[in-house]
Design a protein around this ligand. Structure first.
Ligand code: HEC
Length: 181
């Protein structure tokens, strides 16, 4: 008798458990059928945001304030990272990359006879290597000019970038004026 009673109790509990499980499944079902919809919207929104942010607006700390005090000597050290691919002397030949003499304020992708990537040619149309352009490019070349063939990771340290750019500036008979501010 007692065990019959218990059986009933268990049966009742089991039924409740199944009903709860069933409800759970149902609501899971509802959620999971909603989720992809939501995720779809989010992905769309994300993709739109990503494309609308456009050509690599990476926030790179300006070197302008540092340029006046950066010594080209420190840049000469940093330039060792470049000389495998670039010459720096006047009339220097193109190597893997184009010669860099007089690069500050030079038209982008303008060395005759050098095979620039389509990406840099397109990016550089009507632009020159201002301090800002050099700063952004040298921070992370492939982010600044998507598709550039310059295989160099970049110079993340602002002081080192400033020294590097100060050195590039010195590669001219008449160095470009320093930026203001
Ligand atoms: C592994 C080789 C390599 C290294 C290292 C390298 N570059 Fe380059 N660089 C290139 C190539 C290749 C290009 C042409 C890129 C293109 O056409 O997209 C280039 C292009 C450039 C340009 C644009 C030149 C122009 O005429 O428009 C600048 C500026 C530049 N490099 C600076 C530097 C500096 C400064 C360093 C060192 C910190 C450096 N590069 C290190 C290969 C290199």
């Amino acid at each position: 008798m007692d065990s019959f009673e218990w059986n009933k109790v268990f049966a009742a509990l089991l039924t409740v458990a199944f009903v709860l499980l069933g409800l759970n499944f149902l609501s899971d079902g509802l959620f999971s059928s909603k989720n992809p919809e939501k995720a779809g919207y989010e992905i769309e929104g994300g993709a739109v945001a990503a494309t609308s942010s456009g050509p690599a607006e990476v926030e790179v700390e300006s070197v302008n304030a540092l340029l006046a005090s950066a010594t080209p000597e420190a840049g000469l050290k940093a330039a060792k990272k470049c000389t495998a691919c670039h010459t720096m002397n006047e009339g220097g030949a193109n190597k893997v990359g184009p010669g860099l003499y007089g690069i500050v304020n030079r038209a982008i992708a303008s060395v005759d006879g050098f095979g620039y990537s389509g990406a840099l040619k397109a990016y550089g149309e009507g632009k020159t290597w201002t301090y800002e352009e050099l700063n952004g490019f040298l921070y992370k070349p492939k982010a600044h000019v998507k598709g550039t063939s310059m295989g160099f990771a970049g110079i993340k340290k602002t002081e080192e970038r400033a020294a590097m750019i100060a050195y590039l500036r010195s590669l001219a008979a008449d160095p470009a004026p320093l930026p203001e501010g």
